[in-house]
Design a binder for this molecule. Structure first.
Ligand code: SAM
Length: 256
């Protein structure tokens, strides 16, 4: 990025114009509005004339419009909804979104396991670093086990763990082992209506049948499906049948 730092402001403007003409990864049109083009230059000139003690430099961005929700919002909402009904005393998180866990720590202590190391920045977090397929904790330790968008990655090496075709099955068995009887497993993962596939080494893509097999020792409390195309929850029949693409499964299951 040294080049970007040393560009003149004129070049920076051209640079940002160029990158904003691409749609973002949710297909949202990031082309700046014409009105913003005009007002931007006007207000930049005004700020430079009267900077009020600030150093002013150009970094034009236009992120107006609706807030860009995507599948992660829906996964987090699903988990938050279930957690809020449960009032658990003990939670194990297995590889979920870091920001979600840090928010959860405002209310509850959480033990987290992830193969990547994290800094202990909140006293309520007990950090374990290691592979989810073998967790060194006693059986029936937690009221809730949470795992958002992680299962499909285990054993593929993307995050530095060792290659193991069966790592997802082993990790899932660990999550069940660590739940107390009557405890809840809340998890999200990839799903499509085609044969199970592996986009190596990004992730696996499961079928509904595979997920049901994973959960065969549990009782279903709630299931939801997220469809990228409609950007919202949908029925099982509406999830993608594209062999190389995926939608999202959200499940809450109880240990008998
Ligand atoms: C898609 S990410 C989930 C979100 C991510 N934690 C974040 O905050 O953006 C999957 C997580 O699973 C973790 N992970 C991958 N393989 C793992 C394994 N075998 N055991 C434990 N954690 C693993 C990764 O380090 C990563 O943090």
């Amino acid at each position: 990025m040294q080049g970007a730092q040393s560009r003149s402001e004129r070049d920076r403007w051209t640079f940002y114009e160029a990158i904003k003409l691409k749609p973002n990864d949710q297909g949202r049109d990031m082309t700046p509005r014409k009105a913003m083009d005009k007002s931007y230059k006007k207000y930049l000139a005004q700020l430079k004339k009267d900077p009020g003690g600030f150093y002013i430099f150009a970094e034009p961005l236009d992120e107006s419009g609706g807030h860009p929700a995507n599948f992660v919002d829906y996964e987090c909402a699903f988990a938050a909804d279930h957690l809020s009904q449960l009032h658990p005393h003990s939670i194990l998180d297995v590889g979920s979104y870091r920001h979600f866990i840090l928010g959860l720590l405002a209310h509850l202590p959480v033990t987290t396991i992830d193969v990547r190391s994290r800094q202990p920045i909140c006293a309520k977090e007990t950090i374990l670093t290691g592979d989810a397929k073998k967790i060194n904790l006693p059986d029936s330790s937690f009221d809730v086990v949470l795992s958002l968008c992680a299962l499909e990655h285990f054993g593929l090496g993307r995050y530095g763990d060792e290659f193991d075709f069966y790592a997802d099955q082993k990790a899932f068995a660990e999550m069940i082992r660590l739940l107390k009887p009557g405890g809840r497993l809340i998890f999200t993962t990839t799903i499509h209506r085609a044969e199970p596939s592996i986009a190596f080494n990004a992730h696996r893509i499961y079928t509904y049948e595979t997920i049901q097999r994973f959960c065969s020792a549990l009782t279903c409390v709630d299931e939801k499906f997220y469809n990228h195309q409609n950007r919202g929850f949908c029925s099982l029949e509406e999830i993608t049948s594209d062999l190389k693409w995926w939608d999202v499964y959200c499940g809450c299951w109880e240990k008998k």
